[in-house]
Design a binder for this molecule. Structure first.
Ligand code: NAD
Length: 273
């Protein structure tokens, strides 16, 4: 499994396996087990997904040594508003039941709470139950506020990133600050005919790959760790098989032209949930 090294020194396997909306408790466990069997070593969950227990169960059942699997979970918005961040972390730790968490992320930036939440995240980091801390869906202004505290630099910012919304400004900002970007919804989250785009079909045919593999590879070549989700074992393997080819400059430029400043998911400037 390929890895990237975070600013904490820990290795994060790429790509990761997203577990949002894995349906059914046992089906969820089975899908994660099949992903681990296919070779994934990075699981992306969140308190909000309601499946931390299934993730922990699959990790324990897999027989793979704990230290070989990288597990991310996230702090939900309600607990930022009520300020019970440490309790929420303990709850995730208990539900996962895998000893420690590799990466704990602030799921969304909540207006007026960004720095307060980050200070609470640093307390958790010092407690030792988590190897790295970071954020998700944070805008440059949120990161600037966190960096101005002069404490821990977030190890990761996890964001929506697909060819209609390439996050190029954020990518170069994170690169400069030593923050690893990870991509949610890398395949378009089933919300748009992204994978049917003629440009992607042409590039895929040229390399003998699928359009899903092309968009995942595009993120990898930009230094971003994609987090595709699939409950289908054949697609799980397909989404992992992205290292045997290279997109050339022309391919990368053609994909860059697909940029439309078009999010398929929620906008962090409007977090009402
Ligand atoms: P995704 O882009 O990974 O799309 C998943 C869907 O694409 C699947 O349900 C399936 O229908 C389809 N698919 C998967 N592999 C395919 C293939 N090879 N060919 C064709 N279709 C394929 O979207 P997602 O699930 O929204 O995002 C992935 C992960 O990112 C989530 O599971 C979650 O872990 C994370 N996420 C994080 C946030 C956040 O706010 N931090 C938000 C959304 C998702």
């Amino acid at each position: 499994m390929k890895t990237v090294v975070l600013n904490t020194g820990y290795a994060m396997p790429t790509p990761g396996f997203g577990v949002y909306r894995l349906s059914g408790e046992q089906e969820g466990v089975d899908a994660i087990l099949s992903a681990l069997e296919a070779g994934y070593r990075h699981l992306d969950t969140a308190a909000f997904y309601g499946n931390e227990k299934a993730v922990g169960k699959a990790v324990r059942q897999s027989g793979i040594p704990r230290e070989e699997i990288f597990v991310t979970t996230k702090l939900w918005n309600d607990v930022q508003r009520t300020g019970i961040v440490a309790e929420a972390f303990e709850k995730s730790l208990e539900l996962l039941d895998i000893g420690y968490i590799d990466l704990y992320l602030v799921h969304w930036p909540i207006e007026g709470k960004v720095t307060e939440t980050w200070l609470a995240m640093e307390e958790i980091y010092r407690s030792g139950g988590v190897k790295s801390i970071g954020v998700s869906n944070h805008r440059i202004q949120d990161l600037e506020a966190i960096l101005a505290l002069g404490g821990t630099v977030p190890a990761v910012n996890q964001l929506e990133c697909q060819p209609y919304f390439s996050q190029e400004e954020m990518r170069s900002y994170c690169e400069e600050k030593g923050i690893q970007m990870t991509a949610w919804g890398p395949l378009g989250s089933n919300r748009a005919p992204l994978l049917e785009e003629q440009v992607l079909k042409g590039i895929a045919a040229k390399h003998g790959k699928t359009t899903a593999q092309v968009v995942l590879r595009w993120n990898v070549q930009r230094g971003i760790v994609p987090l595709p989700k699939s409950q289908n074992p054949q697609r799980q393997r397909e989404n992992l098989d992205i290292f045997g080819f290279v997109l050339d400059e022309g391919d990368m430029a053609d994909i860059a032209k697909m940029e439309q400043n078009r999010r398929l998911g929620p906008d962090p400037s409007n977090v009402t949930f």
